[in-house]
Design a binder for this molecule. Structure first.
Ligand SMILES: *Cc1c(COP(=O)(O)O)cnc(C)c1O
Length: 352
């Protein structure tokens, strides 16, 4: 899609076009005041007796500077899960429209579609987990409003080929969401530098992984200002709490810890590829641009149970497409990774 052919009203569900969004007390009064008697809050101070900024202005400004994206192009959700849900609810009519995803990928796209009564079309990735743009486009039919592409992909860990992704964005007339939850571990700048090239591109990121804030619930969508404005119109007004906004600002200020941890995790990941490859029960370690490894074992179920009985939990991905006998292993601290390797070395296939 390009800006001359993009029509936002074709993207939005028709009944939303006339929506008058909820106007918060703080939306209706914009000036400076000393006494706030407009929101039925308890007047006695506690850390959080006031409602949060529904527009997350300060947090957006900080993210804007860090990512070089204007605040009007940034949406902040209560985790990426809320962003996924809102994108679906903005664009897809229940029982009528569908979502296109590649397979295997992050499970929440399909769950969220299901909750919203939306059909999911699954396009298989190649056996090296690459996206075939021709194949994706051949599965598109008029009911498809949104395509989700995950890069680096979960659970395979690989960055998708950029030319392939560009081809999909260029040719598809609905929204293309590129989920970059793991982009900071990839050494690649992802699609943010190309955000202005396409009106139908939405880049999703999160503070849950590299920024170490999974418990806080901060998910980001970045894209065309019209699409972002629509997401803002349909979101719950106070979807990001004051505590979350404040703590996220603090964490984003500490870029040196962020960079140090990301570097360490990448170094550990690379060393774990070598160490895992030397283990008897390991058949293959997929190359990863993320903070986890997809590993094929001789018997994934038995290895899973062995790890569990030693207090180590990994994710069994053996039932996903191309994932036969695969476990997905998150990169931990050096001590945790060492324990994992020691435990795997103690695995006796016959004894399980
Ligand atoms: C972990 C993950 C997220 C993060 O979701 P949050 O709701 O922001 O915690 C998003 N997308 C993918 C592919 C993930 O693996």
């Amino acid at each position: 899609m390009n800006y001359t052919t993009f029509d936002i009203t074709r993207i939005i569900r028709p009944h939303l076009l006339t929506l008058k969004p909820y106007s918060t007390a703080r939306d209706e009064f914009q000036g400076v005041a000393d006494i706030f008697l407009d929101a039925n809050e308890n007047p006695y101070p506690s850390a959080y007796h006031r409602y949060p900024d529904p527009h997350q202005r300060k947090l957006k400004e900080k993210i804007s500077r860090l990512k070089n994206v204007s605040p009007e192009n940034i949406f902040i959700g209560n985790g990426s899960d809320e962003v996924i849900d809102l994108i679906i609810r903005l664009t897809c009519e229940p029982q009528q429209h569908s979502l296109l995803i590649t397979n295997p990928t992050y499970g929440m796209y399909e769950v969220s579609a299901q909750i919203n009564g939306i059909k999911t079309i699954r396009v298989p990735l190649t056996d090296t987990f690459e996206v075939d743009p021709e194949k994706v486009l051949s599965y598109v039919n008029p009911s498809v409003k949104v395509i989700f592409l995950c890069s680096p992909n979960n659970p395979s860990g690989n960055l998708l080929n950029k030319e392939a992704v560009r081809k999909v964005i260029d040719s598809f007339t609905g929204l293309v969401v590129v989920d970059e939850a793991y982009i900071d571990f990839s050494g690649d700048g992802g699609f943010l530098p190309e955000l202005n090239k396409w009106p139908n591109l939405v880049v999703m990121q999160t503070l849950s992984k590299a920024y170490a804030l999974a418990g806080l619930r901060i998910g980001l969508a970045m894209g065309n200002a019209d699409v972002i404005a629509w997401l803002n119109k349909i979101k719950p007004p106070y979807n990001v709490s004051s505590a979350a906004q404040e703590y996220a600002m603090k964490q984003l200020d500490d870029q040196s810890t962020f960079r140090k941890q990301v570097e360490e995790i990448i170094a550990e990941r690379n060393s774990m590829v070598t160490k895992l490859s030397g283990i008897k029960t390991v058949l293959y370690v997929y190359p990863s641009d993320a903070n986890f490894l997809l590993v094929r074992f001789t018997n994934a179920r038995a290895v899973y149970r062995h790890l569990l009985s030693n207090g180590i939990i990994v994710r069994d991905r053996s039932t996903v497409l191309h994932g036969d006998n695969c476990l997905r292993i998150t990169i931990g601290t050096p001590a945790e990774n060492k324990k994992l390797i020691e435990t795997l070395n103690k695995f006796e296939p016959t004894g399980s």
